[in-house]
Design a protein around this ligand. Structure first.
Ligand code: NAG
Ligand code: NAG
Length: 340
């Protein structure tokens, strides 16, 4: 909808209006919301989910494990081939709401920059998966937060005895802290009320800038939490990843924002510095392209882990794995996002 309006506006204006489009798009969000399922999948349009197959991903609560385990390889491939999914947003994350139509919101996943929208990756989610709870928003803006950073996914409990599981939530989920007593972390949840996390799974930080600056090996150790997890086109949670969802999330969990997509990681955010093959260090990202002189043709990213090996979410049907480094015809080059 918004795109059509801007496109029509363009027709009536001179070409010099072009640079303002990105800005207008970024400021189009009128309202903020908070993801109220463990993982919300952002669809390209509201007609992209397939009846039955994708139903478990559309409800509140979302059944992410059920969805992932029910798909066969051709159903996973079809998500890529038909460009159905864009990215995912995690429980409690703030999103910008751009528009609403027939039970769906078009949202921006804040913290996942893309040239399409520097504020956050755009896509469509069922309205039932977004809470408009402003009291949660206030806690999110002023309280310390608990970040899941020790496991791929973690249980969130309703009770302080940590017996009654409420949801399984992803690595890099951040929830505002109400109280922290020993191993028990009480957090606020979107929609009101609170829940409990174990300090075995999460760390409490006063703010994002308090997250310790990682070493390459910290990133590698975290990446290994996801070995064997499924590849999911658009996947950006500890349940399943696509190639750039994995690298974006690993850096994000360590307090460093890089672009959401592989090609834009390599050139749009401009945070990386080029690294020669002979100088690769753990944590560097390695890019593959159909035309190695053009970053816009990058289609894959992996993370170097040392000893001529890399970790990657390679493609549909191939779980996250460690591979020998590849320097084939499609090797575009590597970039380093750690500055010290
Ligand atoms: C995947 O599942 C669908 C739906 O059950 C079925 O039609 C298709 O043949 C299956 N494909 C493979 C490769 O097993
Ligand atoms: C590869 O990209 C470069 C730079 O954008 C371009 O000049 C060249 O024509 C491209 N090659 C092919 C085969 O598309």
């Amino acid at each position: 909808m918004i795109n059509i309006i801007f496109a029509l506006a363009l027709v009536n204006h001179v070409v010099t209006a072009l640079p303002s489009i990105v800005l207008e798009r970024a400021t189009a969000a009128k309202q903020v919301g908070y993801i109220s399922v463990s993982v919300a999948t952002l669809w390209t349009t509201s007609s992209k989910p397939r009846p039955l197959v994708d139903a478990p991903a559309l409800t509140n609560p979302a059944d992410i494990d059920g969805w992932l385990s029910s798909m066969n390889v051709s159903q996973y491939l079809d998500l890529t081939d038909k460009s159905r999914t864009q990215t995912q947003a995690l429980y409690g994350a703030q999103v910008g709401i751009i528009s609403e139509q027939d039970g769906w919101y078009e949202i921006e996943a804040i913290g996942q920059p893309t040239p399409k929208d520097p504020i956050g990756y755009p896509g469509w989610v069922p309205t039932a998966q977004v809470s408009l709870d402003s009291s949660y928003g206030k806690l999110q803006s002023k309280n310390p937060f608990a970040a899941i950073n020790k496991v791929a996914t973690a249980p969130l409990y309703r009770d302080a005895l940590m017996k009654e599981k409420y949801l399984e939530i992803s690595y890099d989920t951040r929830l505002p802290v109400i109280a922290h007593i020993g191993r028990l972390i009480q957090v606020a949840v979107p929609g009101g009320g609170s829940a409990y996390l174990s300090a075995n799974h999460a760390t409490v930080y006063g703010s994002v800038s308090n997250i310790p600056y990682p070493t390459g090996n910290d990133l590698v150790k975290a990446g290994k939490l996801f070995l064997g997890r499924p590849y999911l086109w658009g996947g950006a949670s500890g349940f399943a990843f696509d190639c750039s969802g994995l690298t974006h999330t690993l850096y994000d969990a360590h307090g460093i924002t890089i672009a959401r997509d592989a090609g834009s990681q390599a050139d749009f955010t401009g945070h990386g510095t080029n690294v020669a093959r002979s100088d690769l260090q753990a944590g560097d990202l390695m890019y593959y392209a159909s035309n190695i002189t053009s970053s816009s043709s990058i289609y894959h990213v992996t993370m170097y882990i040392g000893n001529n090996e890399m970790i990657e979410a390679h493609g549909a049907g191939i779980p996250v794995k460690i591979s020998p480094v590849r320097f084939g015809d499609d090797y575009w080059g590597a970039q380093r996002f750690l500055t010290h």
